[in-house]
Write a protein that binds this ligand. Structure first.
Ligand code: UTP
Length: 478
């Protein structure tokens, strides 16, 4: 607010701004609000970036934008997880290079944790959800301990950047502080919030969640690129000598943020942005499809992929578009600097969501069906902006098991199951006998904490620390 500007002037300016846009309803309850509620509402109105929102109401709220599918769409070339005969040397060299880059402190971890976690319905930041089969360790704990393990092994600082949103920033920070950053130096953990945009009803009107509160939503994980630049994290990375950002989502307890092969191949191929994929479980699986088309690598969301393409077969009879995006990326710091310098915009997507609102009497209601549009950008839409990209296929069960829902598919339950399966596999590969039930599933519950091992190879020298496993044992290896 300019000096001398009164609350009344602010109110009038906000009212004009709203009325010019047919959004006058936002001030409907003004006379009932107390001074702090009034000031909150004016702050929210003044923070709305109308230059972004006005055109999006026309293009994405009042209309459904048509997906932009290049006519020459093909599956993206993918490096397999195991090298073919001609590539063994390349993979070995890449692994060594990846280890060197990690040990030289050139790789930072970056967790996007600004989402609202609506499907999970947990009352708090998703990273605070306990997800391990044994020991109730939270997602943030797993990531922090992974970073600490890498830090300790290489005796190098490994900064961790976490993107939050206005809705969960303070709670996330307080949680990490209360946990003493799980043993990481506080100065190596940076939290910064992403931008928020208003949710709009299907007529393009701002939604009130209370008489004094406009419904705002984080601007999608694509907002992370702008937030990295705007919040000073990129500049901070430069000071620390970081060259590569290891991007992952807060909901995936299996992620391996410091995978030497991925990092090494990213660097060796000169890629600016890389992505991990896994074979899709079925033609219509709800994951993004990593493709090439229009001269660039791009991800086509499952909802945008025409059925004829989703069901297409290659000459051998396999699924032609089989590379499911796992939302695990490497991005060069210089790439993000380049694309965020000047007018930078990822395309916006329309997401129809349930947004709690108030009725004509001012009472809060949560509709049973989506009632509003959230406007989001997606980080994978930066892929076409990279001059060089690289795609690595991995085993899904080794690296991906997202926590999206309370039960069923992609839930806490399934993430625990997948962590347990992976831990048991790692132990068996190291020669440990793991009791299994008649259906082949492990008959034990094991959590391998990152302090014990962050990959299968690290288990081998530690097998003497593993107790003899009996059916139904529950063991936390630290
Ligand atoms: P999802 O798209 O699964 O959304 O986010 P979500 O918020 O976790 O869950 P729902 O859809 O409301 O149930 C995938 C990842 O991207 C992050 C999330 O925190 C999660 O790590 N994300 C999503 C952001 O950081 N910001 C956003 O605006 C959206």
């Amino acid at each position: 607010m300019a000096a001398g500007e009164t609350a009344e002037t602010r109110y009038q300016q906000c009212r004009d701004t709203l009325e010019q846009r047919g959004q006058g309803h936002v001030l409907r309850w003004w006379t009932e609000l107390d001074s702090s509620q009034r000031s909150h509402l004016l702050d929210q109105i003044e923070a709305i970036p109308w230059e972004v929102v006005d055109p999006l109401i026309q293009s994405h709220v009042l209309r459904r934008p048509m997906p932009d599918i290049p006519t020459d769409l093909q599956p993206a070339p993918v490096y397999p997880c195991e090298p073919g005969a001609g590539h063994k040397e390349l993979y070995e060299e890449a692994r060594a290079l990846g280890r060197e880059l990690i040990a030289a402190g050139k790789v930072a971890a970056f967790t996007v944790a600004g989402g609202q976690g609506t499907r999970l319905g947990y009352d708090g930041p998703k990273g605070m959800v306990a997800v391990t089969p044994v020991g109730d360790r939270t997602l943030f704990c797993i990531f922090a301990e992974t970073i600490k393990a890498v830090r300790d092994r290489h005796q190098v600082s490994v900064p961790w950047y976490i993107m939050t949103s206005a809705a969960n920033h303070i709670q996330t920070l307080e949680y990490l502080r209360a946990e003493s950053f799980f043993g990481l130096p506080e100065g190596e953990v940076s939290l910064f919030p992403q931008a928020m945009l208003p949710a709009l009803d299907f007529d393009g009107r701002l939604v009130l969640t209370a008489k004094h509160d406009i419904a705002l939503a984080p601007d999608g994980h694509g907002g992370s690129l702008k937030a990295l630049a705007a919040g000073g994290a990129l500049a901070n990375m430069r000071v620390r000598g970081i060259e590569i950002i290891s991007y992952f989502q807060v909901d995936n307890p299996l992620v391996k943020p410091f995978d030497p092969l991925f990092i090494g191949l990213h660097a060796k191929t000169g890629s600016e942005m890389s992505t991990k994929v896994a074979a899709k479980t079925d033609d219509l699986e709800r994951v993004g499809n990593v493709c090439v088309g229009g001269g660039a690598t791009r991800v086509i969301e499952y909802s945008d992929l025409p059925d004829s393409i989703a069901h297409a077969r290659n000459p051998a009879g396999g699924r032609k578009f089989n590379a499911g995006n796992l939302a695990i990326h490497l991005l060069d710091v210089s790439f993000i600097e380049r694309i965020t310098d000047g007018a930078f915009a990822l395309p916006y997507r329309r997401a129809e969501k349930v947004v709690p609102t108030i009725d004509d009497a001012g009472a809060r209601q949560t509709p049973g069906e989506p009632n509003a549009v959230k406007l989001e950008t997606f980080v994978f839409d930066a892929l076409p902006m990279a001059t060089k990209t690289f795609v690595l296929e991995v085993e899904r069960g080794e690296e991906f098991s997202p926590v999206k829902n309370p039960t069923g598919v992609d839930s806490i339950e399934s993430a625990k199951r997948d962590q347990n399966r992976r831990a048991c596999r790692w132990l068996e590969e190291a020669g440990v006998n793991v009791p299994r039930a008649s259906d082949g599933e492990p008959d034990v519950l094991i959590t391998i904490a990152p302090s014990f091992a962050i990959d299968a190879e690290e288990v081998l020298p530690k097998t003497r620390k593993v107790p003899r496993l009996m059916p139904r044992d529950q063991v936390l290896l630290t």
